[in-house]
Design a protein around this ligand. Structure first.
Ligand code: ADP
Ligand code: MG
Length: 342
């Protein structure tokens, strides 16, 4: 008797969801990244009960054409790439066409959108994997996604959810990290109806530094050095904390590759080496660094949640980072310590 059976589509989506949707903050990450990809200038995130009861993201981006709405929640359907070649040059945050399909398979889900140039908005709902037909709705240009009762149909996952405060803290941390990557976008976060964080669009460097201070602490600007250096097709900018302002934990380290927060071995090693002779053992530097390079020089398709990347020229990237940081930190060796705001 044959025992191998194809899995039902709904189960496939739930399994796929397991890879990227670990907790409420993972939903927020996927949805806010979609808003960013849609060119939003303003993103509102409303959370209830640490995200377990409600996650609602509203943006003023380009919206979704009415005919595309059902495809938006279909798996492996995306507007961001068309070919393998596109994948090699991908500049958007998303490209897997999986997030909405995954999220909508593990929650009660609604998507309302008005596309640019349309005068009506439409709303679709997915409940228990069943897609309801699109209905006209009220909505300004842009998109709203509502995710209710996360994991209501996945008890095993629900059991792993932590206290409301903990889950909300994860969401807040995530939003801060996204906000650091996109200074020009306004972010608003509320919890249980109360505004928690309002990050106004940063129009110039001074405003960008204020946003950095909001995330890394008021004292950070005065305790950091500005970096802005380009060579060999690589551009590194941002702020590195002075060794004297190091921390006991590595929790204030933000490294972005083409706008994407990554954890990378090569990067971590280069940073550690650059700080090696100015930092006491067991201390961790604080930094916000942005590395920009040709998207073809970095593979982002390494991990479903895209926290990891692979540089095509690892050595080159490593040495560039090390040299640039080492040189800037040399100022602190020479004893000329000045803050980025000085
Ligand atoms: P991906 O981002 O990998 O393409 P998603 O499942 O996250 O996959 O989204 C599917 C598609 O739905 C996207 O390619 C995009 O066209 C559309 N979409 C999702 N969210 C938004 C949004 N906030 N604004 C405009 N379009 C969106
Ligand atoms: Mg996406």
């Amino acid at each position: 008797m044959p025992v191998i059976r194809p899995l039902p589509a709904e189960l496939i989506n739930q399994i796929a969801a397991g890879e990227v949707i670990e907790r409420p903050s993972s939903v927020v990450k996927e949805l806010v990244e979609n808003s960013l990809d849609a060119g939003a200038t303003r993103i509102e995130v409303d959370i209830e009960l640490g995200g377990q009861r409600l996650i609602r993201i509203r943006d003023d981006g380009g919206g979704i054409e009415p005919d595309d709405l059902p495809l938006a929640v279909a798996s492996h359907a995306t507007s961001k790439i068309r070919s393998f070649d596109d994948l090699e040059h991908v500049a958007s945050m998303g490209f897997r066409g999986e997030a909405l399909a995954s999220v909508s398979s593990v929650a009660r889900f609604a998507l309302t959108s008005r596309a640019r140039g349309q005068d009506t908005a439409f709303r679709i709902e997915v409940d228990g994997g069943k897609l309801q037909a699109a209905r006209p709705a009220q909505h300004p240009q842009g998109t709203s996604v509502e995710v209710r009762d996360l994991f209501y149909n996945v008890p095993a996952r629900r059991k792993f959810l932590r206290a409301e405060r903990t889950e909300f803290a994860h969401i807040d941390d995530l939003l801060k990290s996204l906000a650091l990557a996109r200074g020009a976008v306004e972010f608003r976060l509320s919890h249980n109806g109360k505004p928690v964080r309002i990050l106004k669009a940063a129009k110039d460097e001074q405003a960008a530094l204020l946003r950095v201070a909001e995330v890394l602490g008021e004292e950070f600007p005065a305790q950091s050095l500005r970096i802005d250096h380009a060579a060999a097709g690589l551009h590194l900018s941002g702020w590195v904390g002075l060794p004297t302002a190091s921390r006991s934990q590595a929790d204030s380290q933000y490294f972005y590759v083409n706008g994407r927060l990554v954890r990378d071995r090569i990067v971590a090693h280069a940073v550690r080496q650059a700080y090696a002779d100015v930092l006491f053992h067991g201390r961790h530097p604080a930094f916000v660094l942005y590395l920009e390079l040709d998207p073809a020089g970095v593979d982002v398709n390494v991990h479903p949640a895209k926290h990891e990347v692979r540089f095509r020229e690892q050595r080159l990237v490593h040495d560039f980072l090390f040299r640039t940081l080492h040189e800037v930190l040399a100022q602190t060796r020479a004893g000329q310590m000045g803050g980025a705001s000085a």
